[in-house]
Design a protein around this ligand. Structure first.
Ligand code: VGL
Ligand code: ZN
Length: 205
């Protein structure tokens, strides 16, 4: 499990405990990434990168609160606290993560009217982040993946990768979930496996 491509999903300050959309245990994955990333030939990363008027923010929907689901342009949208706003500290990589290891970063969730959980496409599959084209140009047809959050951006990135025929190994010990509904994280791992992803760990045993 080395010399390949590692894709880090949204390892950003706002997704760490204490952040705007803190994922429980999210900080625990940072040392695993720092230890393991140097083994890879390429380390790619995504950042959730929303404008302040983004449609996923509960504050932009009168009378709504985080966790509510609304329809935006015909797509079900879970509402979140404002997070990863472009130009804010919360949108930066997790402090303590060695960002010098990262070869290239892909931004997602930039369109105010459309969310983007997947590293590859927005939730309407209208626009590519450029990741698929980049991997294609590199002749890369498999990757290892980890990050935040298991039940949203990790899940949809894995499903899109599989739909593109890309082989995926998910480093489950370097993923953490939100569990808006209890069990979401476990169900997400099961869906990834069903889609043909392999589950593994950075740290064995
Ligand atoms: C994410 C909810 C909203 C994620 C991003 O990175 O999993 N989750 N925006
Ligand atoms: Zn987001």
């Amino acid at each position: 499990m080395s010399n390949g491509v590692l894709l880090l999903i949204d390892v950003q300050r706002d997704f760490l405990p204490g952040g705007a959309l803190g994922v429980p245990g999210g900080d625990e994955i940072v040392p695993l990434i720092n230890q393991s990333a140097p083994r890879y030939a390429f380390v790619l990363a995504t950042r959730d990168f929303h404008p302040a008027d983004h449609c996923s923010f509960a504050t932009n929907h009168a009378g709504r609160k985080p966790g509510d689901v609304v329809e935006v342009n015909g797509i079900d949208q879970v509402l979140w606290p404002p997070h990863c706003v472009q130009g804010t500290a919360g949108a930066e990589f997790a402090p303590g993560m060695d960002a010098g290891l990262i070869t290239k970063t892909f931004l997602k969730g930039i369109d105010p009217g459309l969310d983007s959980y997947s590293a590859f496409f927005d939730n309407a599959r209208k626009r590519s982040t450029g990741l698929a084209e980049y991997l294609d140009a590199q002749g890369c047809d498999r990757l290892d993946l980890c990050g935040l959050a298991t039940d949203y951006c990790v899940l949809w990135s894995v499903l899109d990768a599989r739909s593109l025929g890309i082989g995926v190994t998910v480093l489950a010990d370097a993923c953490r979930g939100i569990d808006l509904k209890p069990g979401d994280t476990e169900r997400a791992f099961a869906r990834m496996q069903k889609a043909g992803a392999t589950l593994a760990r950075f740290v064995k045993g």
